[in-house]
Design a protein. Structure first.
Length: 119
């Protein structure tokens, strides 16, 4: 049986909540509750999602560190002042001015979510 998106979401949420616990036991329990015998495809997808999450987290940390370091170097108190000093209007433009490439809108969104989670 192929898992529905809702079943996968439930499985992923349970695995996220079980961080630090016995993942195999959690997987067996959740799979039993979902009446699913083959969770291997969903587990592969979850592993890929975790790897992407870790890469994204690392990139967010590097970007925030770069902004703080450049702000200190420039003698400004916050990212808004750094943006004004550099003549950029958006965080993606600031990231580009610091040498970041790729989907800078998505990176800026992830940075915003990280700040909100930390608040």
């Amino acid at each position: 049986m192929v898992l529905t998106q809702e079943q996968k979401d439930n499985l992923f949420a349970a695995l996220d909540a079980a961080e630090g616990e016995d993942m195999q036991a959690t997987l067996i329990r959740v799979a039993g509750n979902l009446r699913v015998t083959d969770v291997a495809p969903a587990l592969r997808e979850y592993s890929q999602m975790l790897a992407l999450r870790q890469r994204t987290t690392g990139l967010v940390i590097r970007a925030m560190d770069a902004i703080r370091a450049e702000g200190r170097r420039a003698g400004v108190a916050n990212p808004g002042e750094l943006m004004a000093l550099r003549g950029v209007r958006t965080v993606p433009e600031l990231l580009a001015s610091l040498g970041f490439t790729g989907d800078l809108d998505a990176l800026a969104n992830e940075m915003e979510r990280a700040v909100q989670r930390a608040a």
